[in-house]
Design a binder for this molecule. Structure first.
Ligand code: PBE
Length: 311
């Protein structure tokens, strides 16, 4: 009696499984054939299904992740979508793998970044403006730095470069060069620019300077470059990688002397609101920065609004 029941159950389960596999198989076929046949317009491509309704994020503390999470609430068509956080490195690996296989992927992206030099990518249009407009990357120093370490203050104040500069350092690093080496090479090749940063300052003898940063590709490059420039002027420089909010807090509370990683007005708006009054804003060290959702150019989609909600 028992045996018989089990047997029936086994049969029923096997049947269900077969049906399920068949259903999944036909669904997959359906979605891939619509992805290939793009003559019917981008609405036909259900990337959401292929992506499991997931956006590939970076570190949880990043402003671009917070903004991406906001898009899933602002855009009705992103109902059921999720931003999966990891690290900037993991995002870059996932992007590279997707591109190698010509698969779809949506990442939380930003410029300047080497990925735009290495791959053919595009920002998805953001008609609701969740990611904001062009941004600047500003230098923030602790209060009292000007009085206590005027030479460092002046160099940090004069530090300013272009997207092409930082991208060339980042590209080297992404190709496997140690960041210290890439920074040193850039400094050597750009002595005119560096001379403008140190203009009017005198060398010091071992004054300690603590720079805070986050291990984003941009910040790794900029912090190493300005750190080495300070070192060449006689400073004893320590660079400390922290979480985004902790980086802001460290400068606000004076544990760190400075950071060159404040993305404003949008990306770090909430950190600026919390800590802005306790730091000194030395203004942009780079203009024309941007954040948003980034996809490979081969994806048949132009706007965040083209994505379809999870079923
Ligand atoms: N980023 C790089 C940071 C700022 C610098 C865009 C990943 C962020 O989203 O907070």
């Amino acid at each position: 009696m028992f045996k018989l029941q089990w047997k029936h159950l086994g049969l029923a389960l096997a049947l269900m499984l077969t049906l399920l596999i068949a259903a999944c198989g036909s669904e997959e076929e359906g979605s891939s054939s619509s992805a290939e046949g793009n003559d019917e317009g981008s609405e036909e491509v259900n990337y959401g299904e292929e992506l499991g309704y997931e956006i590939t994020g970076i570190e949880p503390g990043a402003g671009v992740v917070a903004a991406a999470e906001e898009t899933t609430e602002t855009y009705e068509n992103l109902e059921g979508w999720e931003v999966v956080t990891s690290s900037s490195g993991a995002m870059a690996t996932a992007l590279g793998e997707a591109i190698d296989n010509e698969e779809p992927i949506i990442v939380t992206g930003w410029s300047p970044h080497w990925k735009f030099q290495k791959y053919d990518l595009k920002y998805l249009e953001d008609p609701e403006g969740v990611f904001g407009e062009a941004e600047t990357i500003n230098t923030m120093v602790r209060q009292g730095l000007q009085d206590e370490k005027p030479e460092a203050y002046k160099i940090l104040d004069q530090f300013q470069w272009e997207s092409a500069d930082i991208e060339s350092v980042m590209l080297e690093v992404s190709n496997g060069t140690a960041v210290e080496e890439a920074a040193a090479a850039w400094i050597e090749e750009n002595s005119d620019k560096v001379a403008e940063w140190t203009d009017g300052t005198e060398a010091v003898d071992g004054t300690e300077i603590e720079l805070a940063y986050v291990e984003w590709d941009t910040e790794l490059a900029s912090t190493n470059v300005i750190g080495q420039v300070l070192e060449a002027q006689g400073f004893d420089v320590t660079i400390t990688p922290l979480d985004n909010a902790v980086m802001w807090q460290a400068v606000a509370e004076g544990q760190a002397d400075a950071m060159v990683a404040a993305w404003l007005p949008g990306t770090h708006a909430s950190q600026f609101e919390t800590y802005g009054e306790d730091v000194e804003d030395l203004g942009p060290n780079l203009e024309g920065a941007k954040i948003g959702l980034v996809v490979p150019a081969y994806m048949d989609i132009e706007s965040i609004e083209d994505l379809t909600p999870a079923e």
